[in-house]
Ligand binder design. Structure first.
Ligand SMILES: NC(=O)C1=CN([C@@H]2O[C@H](COP(=O)(O)OP(=O)(O)OC[C@H]3O[C@@H](n4cnc5c(N)ncnc54)[C@H](O)[C@@H]3O)[C@@H](O)[C@H]2O)C=CC1
Ligand SMILES: O=C(O)C(=O)CO
Length: 328
């Protein structure tokens, strides 16, 4: 079977695919236009997808009737129309768990960076503007004993909560699709309504899976209810926050600061007004960017493809219902 991989991934994944006798096709140039990407996909049986540049929607599936399986090099699958894939019996593999530690590390890093104004202070050093010791300037806030609100207490949200609990003895509240009793026991966390989460969090960290109906969920009316000392963190997907409303909330003192690893669109333009604010820290979607996580993702993506090529179930599948649909 022919596997199209749109961008180089760590060797461990490539080697596994080659050892399994699969044929790999890489593009000559990794910056593909939609048309070029589609053409590569049309000539493949399986796709190993890196990044979220192109959507796997009805138009794609109609244009690529030969595609039998897609292995995402990500845990998030918001760029895939899962219903459409399932309808066509196409399993969609993803890479859970192996990146939870790295991504929650970045949420934790952003939280502290914003609380201590790290990017603002770093910029001062770069600008040769260190200045004299000033008892009243660039003061941050301490996080000990404060309340962390997790929106989406899944694999990554849990690890963020665990770190905040251990490092700063923070109180954990969360809002999730379902109450997570095991997490409550381990973290001593409390399930709250969305409204309570927004009103009571000192740090509100977004970790849910993105779906179009939640676009701009964090908007003016939400920021309005947040505490003036609160920090908004988003490492999930940029679509969750309304950027202009976030900017206004930050400049009008409705919230203390924001840390973003994800924006909408990505990349964020260098002249984005958010980047001029001293209470904002933006990272270029590096949540899973560690050697350990990226190797793990390569291993899982290759494992999904190899299992599929042998007629087995993908071990990590975003639409396991494809398998029950196939059974008599
Ligand atoms: N910044 C980065 O580099 C990375 C970002 N991510 C993002 O993080 C997301 C979460 O990943 P995991 O923790 O592995 O997923 P997960 O599926 O383990 O956890 C997501 C949780 O969010 C909850 N949820 C979903 N929609 C919700 C809603 N509308 N309201 C309340 N709760 C809701 C789910 O019930 C689930 O518990 C991914 O989907 C991806 O978008 C993941 C990895 C790296
Ligand atoms: O896995 C994901 O969903 C990412 O965003 C990148 O690792």
């Amino acid at each position: 079977m022919k596997v199209f991989i749109n961008k180089r991934i760590p060797e461990i994944g490539i080697n596994r695919l080659l050892e399994a006798g699969l044929q790999i096709v890489f593009p000559e140039n990794e910056s593909l236009t939609y048309e070029e990407w589609l053409e590569y996909c049309q000539n493949a049986d399986i796709i190993l997808n890196v990044g979220g540049d192109f959507k796997y929607d009805k138009v794609f599936f109609d244009a690529c009737p030969n595609i039998k399986a897609i292995a995402l090099y990500s845990v998030g699958f918001d760029h895939v129309d899962i219903k459409e894939a399932t309808r066509r019996n196409i399993p969609i593999g993803n890479t859970p768990d192996v990146l939870s530690r790295a991504t929650s590390d970045v949420a934790f890093l952003l939280m502290q960076s914003v609380a201590r104004r790290a990017s603002y202070n770093f910029q001062k050093v770069i600008d040769d503007n260190w200045g004299a010791f000033d008892p009243l300037h660039a003061l941050g806030q301490e996080l000990y004993g404060k309340t962390l609100g997790v929106f989406g207490l899944g694999r990554i949200g849990f690890q963020m909560a665990e770190k905040c609990k251990k490092a700063f003895d923070m109180e954990i509240i969360y809002h999730n699709r379902h109450q997570n009793e095991e997490a409550e026991r381990e973290l001593g966390g409390t399930y709250v309504s969305f409204d309570e989460l927004v009103r009571n969090s000192d740090v509100l960290s977004v970790h849910a899976n993105f779906t179009p109906e939640h676009k701009d969920l964090f908007n003016e009316s939400v920021f309005e209810k947040m505490k003036p000392n609160s920090i908004f963190i988003n490492t999930a997907r940029g679509g969750f926050h309304q950027e202009e409303d976030l900017y206004n909330a930050l400049t009008e003192g409705k919230i203390w600061g924001a840390g973003l690893d994800v924006t909408n669109p990505e990349p964020m333009s260098a002249d984005n007004p958010l980047l001029k604010l001293s209470n904002v820290c933006v990272l270029p979607h590096i949540g899973s960017a560690t050697i350990e996580a990226r190797n793990g993702m390569a291993r899982l993506a290759a494992g999904n493809i190899i299992a599929f090529s042998k007629g087995e179930k993908m071990p990590n599948c975003a639409n396991p219902e494809v398998y029950s649909a196939q059974s008599p």
